[in-house]
Design a protein around this ligand. Sequence first.
Ligand code: KIV
Length: 261
Amino acid sequence: MPEKVTAPKILAMKAADKKIVCLTAYDAYFGRIADRSGVDLLLVGDSLGNVVLGHDTTVPVTMDDMIHHVRATRRGVERALLVADLPFGSYNESPAQAVKNSVALMQAGAEAVKMEGDYTDEIRAIVKAGIPVMGHVGMTPQSVNNFGGFKVQGKGEASAKVIAAAKSIAAAGAFAIVLELIPADLSKQITHDISIPTIGIGAGVHCDGQVQVLHDILGLADETFRHASRYVDGQNLFLQGMERYAADVRESRFPKPENSF
Ligand code: KIV
């Protein structure tokens, strides 16, 4: 059994100049497959709102949704660090609210939490409660209604705000930070300027690691995104399997004698 990945080990990978491989997972089976692939960190992302629950954004995702999927994923994952997203509205009222909901995710099986935005008092309180925190800046999907769509952030003068947020999140005690949909030059500068690992999604190659939504790299969605690459044409692969099964049932080729008792 390969060595368990912990938050301090993820942090140490930056100094050791080792790229950090991260993926999302939302259930036990895919969590197990992703864990066996040797990824370092698995995120039960609130992107489950899009790719599992069929919403257009992550805004409708609740703590109950997250807890349900963290419990399921926990059952499949042994080696990778399991991180859970704090969903929309679950941490921005007060540090006490942020700690309470982080504790609930940890008790469901997470080993760290992730939160979007520059909530440094909340990050400090969660870390003080014994819970490793990942930050997330740039295009933070829970704020899609403020941004007016899923758009690249931090261009031109707006870069200063993203740099300041990343620095304050690192200073507040986060062990890593996601940089989403920002120019590659900006993520290169942030990666140079802060001591914690940067994990990019649509943020170029200079980050200390990369994270992708599992369904995007497996080609399960109808849409394709510039920030993602399809490593398998999963939709056609599964479709063909289901079509073959349906044809076999209709032609009485399934079940075979070896499937029968
Ligand atoms: O919810 C999610 O999956 C995420 C990653 C894309 C970083 O936040």
